[in-house]
Design a protein around this ligand. Structure first.
Ligand SMILES: *Cc1c(COP(=O)(O)O)cnc(C)c1O
Length: 399
């Protein structure tokens, strides 16, 4: 029996957070605007500096960051926002929440935006959200070229790709706004939380006010105060602030990020290499400009029927490895046909085909190479058992 590591547990919180959490609990200073040197403000400064961007606003989730980004762009009601058909349900939800209409763009076998479909649909859209799903980065040179020429702002949903770079630039700094998540299964774990970054003073000023910097609390943000004066009392307050405890949990993890990125990449590349020769598995290559920070691996099953795909999942489960195929469960939040809250949701056949074959396996940074070997072995055993059984069934006439 293979000894598989625990793939579902989140990253533990560094001990360094403990003293600060104790201090906050003793003072009761949980509200971000309660003191001048709030851990939330420190997190924003440190995050902006780490990413190389001017401004950061920490909020209650990446969904909140996406929503505030759309609101800050001042899009009119019912404006169309182009989003990938392969993304998490939070993305079309943020668009709906901002009174806009999501337009879905096809994604290819490599999990990235289909540029032909993107170019066709862009002219009808007022904004674009690009989700770098599981860190897979779409061709940002092509996307920014098309969007800049059309004058359409780009929001990067980098919820799950902190640490990835594109042509040496940090992901999230390429579009007008970048959004990240601190939910437990992302690179930095605070249970819940998010942050948005931008170099645009007017966008961040609006987002800060709408996030709940009521009255003159915006004075506690290091942004030119003329930007705020324009917006005082003119914007609704959605109260999507982050509390100080969450910031205290994240700050020491920021230091651990480079190590997590390196370990995640090592684990991913190791497992990808062991799957490379399997005739029923294809691991899409990264784009030349992209350096991912993976905490999971995605691969496609090829030359297999739907029945064989489902058999593979149950074989893996019997070995103790839970593999998710995005499109082959009833309730997956990343399968666009499950977004039944959309008033219009036309089929996206390319994305549908990919989702029905794309497997998702977590590979947390804390795994050893030995752990990774056990995961690879379980995947290969499951696929070999499935396909051997199927060829025997054919030979003997059983079904
Ligand atoms: C997790 C995730 C989100 C949502 O993040 P929350 O912080 O849970 O709101 C959005 N987009 C992608 C691609 C994600 O992975």
């Amino acid at each position: 029996m293979l000894k598989l590591p625990n793939l579902t547990a989140a990253e533990p919180i560094p001990d360094a957070a403990q003293a600060e959490v104790d201090r906050i609990l003793r003072t009761g200073d949980l509200f971000r605007y309660g003191s001048d040197q709030s851990p939330v403000a420190l997190l924003e400064a440190e995050f902006a500096q780490a990413l190389g961007t001017k401004f950061a606003l920490a909020v209650s989730s990446c969904s909140a960051a996406l929503f505030l980004s759309l609101k800050s762009l001042g899009l009119p009601r019912e404006a169309k926002v182009l989003i990938p058909a392969f993304t998490f349900a939070a993305v079309p939800s943020a668009v709906v929440h901002a009174d806009c209409i999501p337009m879905l763009c096809e994604c290819g076998d490599d999990y990235r935006i289909d540029l032909t479909d993107f170019e066709t649909k862009l002219p009808n859209c007022s904004a674009v959200i690009i989700s770098h799903m599981r860190g897979h980065t779409s061709d940002m040179d092509a996307i920014m070229g098309l969007c800049d020429a059309a004058g359409v702002p780009v929001i990067e949903d980098a919820a799950h790709s902190l640490g990835t770079t594109w042509a040496g630039r940090n992901i999230g700094t390429i579009g007008a706004i970048g959004c990240f998540s601190f939910q437990s299964y992302k690179m930095l774990n605070a249970g819940e939380g998010g942050i948005m970054i931008t170099d645009d003073e007017d966008l961040i000023a609006q987002a800060i006010i709408m996030s709940g910097a009521y009255e003159h609390n915006w004075q506690k943000h290091p942004v030119l105060h003329t930007a705020f004066a324009n917006w005082q009392n003119k914007l609704p307050l959605y109260n999507l602030r982050l509390n100080t405890l969450s910031a205290a949990l994240i700050r020491p993890q920021l230091e651990a990020l480079p190590g997590r990125v390196e370990a995640g990449r090592r684990n991913h590349d190791h497992v990808a290499a062991t799957l490379a020769d399997c005739p029923w598995i294809s691991v899409p290559a990264s784009l030349p400009s992209e350096k991912r920070a993976p905490d999971s691996i995605q691969f496609n099953l090829i030359n297999m029927s739907d029945e064989q795909v489902d058999e593979f999942v149950s074989q893996a489960a019997s070995l103790g490895l839970k593999i998710q195929i995005f499109g082959r469960s009833d309730d997956n939040a990343r399968a666009f046909w499950n977004w039944k809250f959309l008033s219009s949701n036309p089929d996206q056949p390319k994305t549908r085909a990919m989702l029905n074959r794309a497997c998702d396996v977590r590979l947390p940074a804390r795994l050893t190479l030995q752990d990774c070997n056990a995961v690879s072995q379980a995947i290969l055993n499951a696929v070999n058992t499935t396909m051997r059984r199927n060829s025997e069934d054919l030979n003997t006439g059983y079904s």
